[in-house]
Design a protein around this ligand. Sequence first.
Ligand code: NAP
Length: 341
Amino acid sequence: MAGTVLVTGGTGYIAGEVIDQLLGRGWCVRTTVRSKATSEARLRARWPGAGDQLFVFEADLMNDAGWDLANEGCTHVAHVASPFPVGVPKDENELIVPAREGTLRALRFAHAAGVQHFVQTSSSAAIAYGHPASKTLFDESDWTDANAPGIQPYIKSKTVAERAAREWVAQNALDMAFCSINPVAVLGPVANDDLSASIEFVRRFLTGEIPAIPRIGFTVVDVRDVASLHVLALEAPAATIRGERFACAADFMWMEDMARVLRDHLGADARKVPSRRMPTPVLKLMALFSRDIRQIAGEVGKRKVVSGQHAKDKLGWTTLPVEQTVLETARSLIAQGVVKL
Ligand code: NAP
């Protein structure tokens, strides 16, 4: 099956992989970028053979300009764009407003254009936070409590955006099949030096910028599997995905195990990858002085496992081994010249 699909935020790590797989399957792909002047040539260079199978439009999450043209003739939308910075902004609304307003804008224009099938890239950030510390297993039935103490702006932004999307669809667009895909930490090969925030710690492992490893871990998923789940959801019958949430997760890994995989397989390229543990009191002390470290310090020692079983059962989704994902992330950072050793 192939039709015309809009993928928002074509410059992004996940959106790039989604576009890549959709083009490979014969879809006509439209994508939005904030600035054609800065981004179109780069996208064309990534898919030199795409020709008029790929159209690039200018549209920002924060205003209406361009969204009608981008949606024209589309039957399907994958709304992937949302702010995902490395650091934590002083004002949480820098993330919450574009995430929420951008999602509602994407929905509104898609619905007006007659789009029947809308997939939102949400996050496990909308699933696995603000719960009692004793809870360690998560799936689609869980919702983050965005008002719990210590909830970080990015986590709030994804929770608020997904809730707003579901409410908007319930009130305005019951004729449109809507689902969310909720990825955990996304790793896997990068296509260029424009890195997603989720890749940053692997880059810093390789460059030696992280001297010791905190007792932090997360459930990981490969960007190629995140994209394939988007494709499965786009290509599934409307009744199969309507209203669904698909947690998009492979397996949990501690950061020290990720570092070990790199040291075991990369030889001299892993010479700066740390092997020392960072004592938790040191991390907590650093968190007092850094908003960015505070963002991760709350997760120390927690083994939060998100299950991707529902997507496997319902859509026949499969996932790569996480060790392969971690290793291929590092190899691509070196191959792309992002990390110079
Ligand atoms: P990314 O590479 O940083 O991509 C983010 C995309 O959003 C970029 O294309 C960016 O455009 C676009 N964007 C941000 N603010 C915008 C605005 N105001 N107007 C228009 N476009 C805007 O991050 P990613 O990892 O691919 O993330 C993509 C989506 O997946 C996000 O919704 C994120 O929340 C979600 N997600 C990511 C992970 C992960 O671990 N990577 C996990 C779960 C969920 P510019 O290039 O112009 O900045």
